[in-house]
Design a binder for this molecule. Structure first.
Ligand code: SF4
Length: 250
């Protein structure tokens, strides 16, 4: 079953239109791919749509990803002949954190977890976004309570650029229908109970019926379950919606 208000063909048409607009009007733009299912839908639409000239794709290679997730870089190369650019943390920052706190200190407190995410994700993200006019994510509104107000187009005040979430209106079923219909490669962890995939020590499989984000930082309160890429100082950024992207009626 697709999104309750919009058919999948209409969602695909609207998403293609959004990506084409970004490639035409917001270059240089970057797509921050986590290499998970949603991001593979966008990867497929960008690369099959020949939009890589305006939109480049990167991933945050935190040093703590599953082998299956890293394997997606090869799958993308084989399928689309495209090299996703990995952004890695500063080695000296990682070494200092591990030396002072321990390798897995993120289990000890929310603060320790946010500091690890800051070193391994936020600082590399800031480097990846520098000099661009817009960035793109694969976030969907239905993924969690922290994403309930997500819009297709927003203004990212923290980074001073446009931010697009082209799949904001897509349901999980829409994502999987697209993947299966178009033979899109996907992370094999999704078939092992991982609907949401992050770093290996901070992600676990969930039970049927659990929230799709329940396997991420499961030891914390649900309200704090964001990696910091879309929050500032531990709070959700008040991102102003620029315009609700019109859904095309095919
Ligand atoms: S998800 Fe976990 S391992 Fe990855 S950067 Fe955040 S705290 Fe560190």
């Amino acid at each position: 079953m697709s999104s309750p208000t919009t058919s999948l063909p209409d969602l695909i048409a609207a998403t293609k239109a959004t990506l084409e607009k970004i490639a035409a009007e917001y270059t240089p733009a970057v797509f921050a791919s986590s290499l998970a299912a949603e991001d593979m839908v966008l990867t497929d639409l960008i690369l099959r749509g020949q939009l890589q000239g305006g939109i480049s794709i990167f991933t945050l290679e935190t040093g703590r990803l599953h082998a299956e997730t890293l394997g997606m870089l090869d799958r993308i190369k084989e399928t689309y002949d495209y090299d996703v650019k990995p952004y890695r943390p500063q080695p000296e920052a990682v070494a200092a954190y591990v030396e002072q706190n321990g390798l897995n200190a993120f289990y000890d407190s929310v603060e320790m977890r946010k500091e690890c995410c800051r070193i391994r994700k936020i600082e590399p993200l800031n480097r990846a976004l520098a000099g661009n006019k817009a960035w793109i994510t694969g976030q969907r509104r239905a993924q969690s309570q922290t994403r309930a107000e997500l819009h297709v187009q927003e203004h990212d005040e923290a980074h001073g650029m446009a931010k697009f979430n082209p799949l904001a209106d897509w349901s999980e079923d829409d994502v999987w229908q697209y993947i299966r219909s178009n033979d899109v490669p996907y992370n094999p962890l999704h078939d092992k109970g991982y609907p949401s995939i992050g770093c290996e020590p901070c992600t676990r499989a969930i039970q049927p019926g659990e929230d799709v984000r329940a396997g991420r930082w499961w030891w914390e309160n649900p309200d704090s379950k964001e990696c910091g890429l879309h929050v500032v100082d531990g709070k959700l950024i008040r991102i102003k919606s620029v315009a609700a992207e019109p859904q095309q009626n095919a």
